[in-house]
Design a protein around this ligand. Structure first.
Ligand SMILES: NC(=O)c1ccc[n+]([C@@H]2O[C@H](COP(=O)([O-])OP(=O)(O)OC[C@H]3O[C@@H](n4cnc5c(N)ncnc54)[C@H](OP(=O)(O)O)[C@@H]3O)[C@@H](O)[C@H]2O)c1
Length: 275
């Protein structure tokens, strides 16, 4: 897909693989909307892109651990832009950011579920009217091979908390949402796919986990860019990719009843109307 003039929102693009993807898309002439929490990091990125000859990105500051902040973020994007061809839900926290203990969001939800999954769920729904009006358009959910089934009796992991489980539950939730949303969007011209970009890229979350990096943001970025721009992805939706290859996620993603349950819970937790 020729990205020149296309409007692309990438959450979590002030750092890590999102930063790389935002830079590449800005260099290809896209109107890139970057997002993060830190204005100084955003300014540094914007300067780098401009110096390299890319189109200056617009920055949106929003803390995704607060649903009020997510709503405001979506409303600002909708007010500022008449088109949105791509939404990459990439922002996330790893299994160990902020320490090994259980943390909660501003709304009282388990933090990884809230930031990695619920925020992207709410953003996608708030941005859908614009994505539909801009079709053909694409949603890309940056998930992971780290996937743990949801225990619907304890979604907020109040018992036996572990950072890896919390991270992996949030990532499978993104994948289940992708399958569910793809069905809902069939025929709309909006496709949605998810992926594991690469294993242990050299990024802040991997370093925070004390893990020795095994791959680069360029490798993971290429996998994300494939879903964003690949001509072979035209019309493909509801799929999960491991890097550049289609792959099978955890079996819970194929469980329609579990997806319905997750959807109902997510609508309730985010205050969206039940459908
Ligand atoms: N690294 C890997 O090997 C790997 C493997 C599989 C999947 N992934 C996935 O790839 C995505 C990007 O990861 P990464 O490794 O590039 O991570 P990273 O370098 O740690 O960057 C994370 C990004 O998310 C933003 N973010 C984190 N918490 C936020 C919050 N509460 N509100 C708003 N923004 C927030 C950060 O913004 P600030 O700049 O404000 O901190 C940053 O821009 C994640 O979804 C991750 O799960 C990564």
């Amino acid at each position: 897909m020729n990205m020149a003039g296309k409007t692309v929102l990438i959450t979590g693009s002030t750092d890590g693989v999102g930063r790389y993807v935002a830079t590449q898309l800005a260099m290809s002439g896209a109107n890139v909307l970057i997002h993060g929490r830190d204005t100084a990091r955003a300014e540094t990125l914007s300067d780098e892109i401009k110096r390299a000859g890319g189109r200056a990105p617009a920055f949106y500051q929003a803390d995704l651990s607060s649903l009020a902040s997510v709503r405001k973020f979506a409303d600002t994007v909708l007010a500022d832009h008449g088109r949105l061809e791509v939404f990459v839900s990439n922002a996330g926290i790893g299994s160990q950011n902020g320490g090994p203990g259980r943390q909660t969001s501003a709304d009282g939800y388990e933090l990884r579920f809230a930031v990695n999954y619920l925020a992207g769920f709410l953003l996608a729904y708030r941005l859908l009217p614009l994505l539909k009006a801009s079709a053909p358009s694409r949603i890309v959910n940056v998930a992971s091979l780290g996937q743990h089934p949801i225990d619907f009796d304890d979604v907020m992991i109040t018992k036996n908390y572990g950072g890896s489980r919390a991270y992996a539950q949030s990532k499978l939730s993104q994948i289940m949402f992708t399958v569910d949303l793809a069905e809902e969007l069939r025929g709309s011209g909006v496709t949605v796919n998810s992926l594991h970009p690469a294993t242990y890229m050299n990024t802040t979350m991997v370093r925070a986990g004390g893990i020795t990096p095994m791959s680069t943001v360029e490798q993971g970025g290429a996998a994300i860019l494939h879903l964003v721009t690949g001509d072979d992805m035209v019309g493909k939706s509801g799929l999960f990719f491991n890097g550049l290859n289609e792959a099978k996620p955890n079996p819970q993603a194929s469980d329609a009843a579990a997806r319905r349950r997750l959807r109902a819970l997510s609508l309730e937790l985010t205050g969206l109307p039940a459908t």
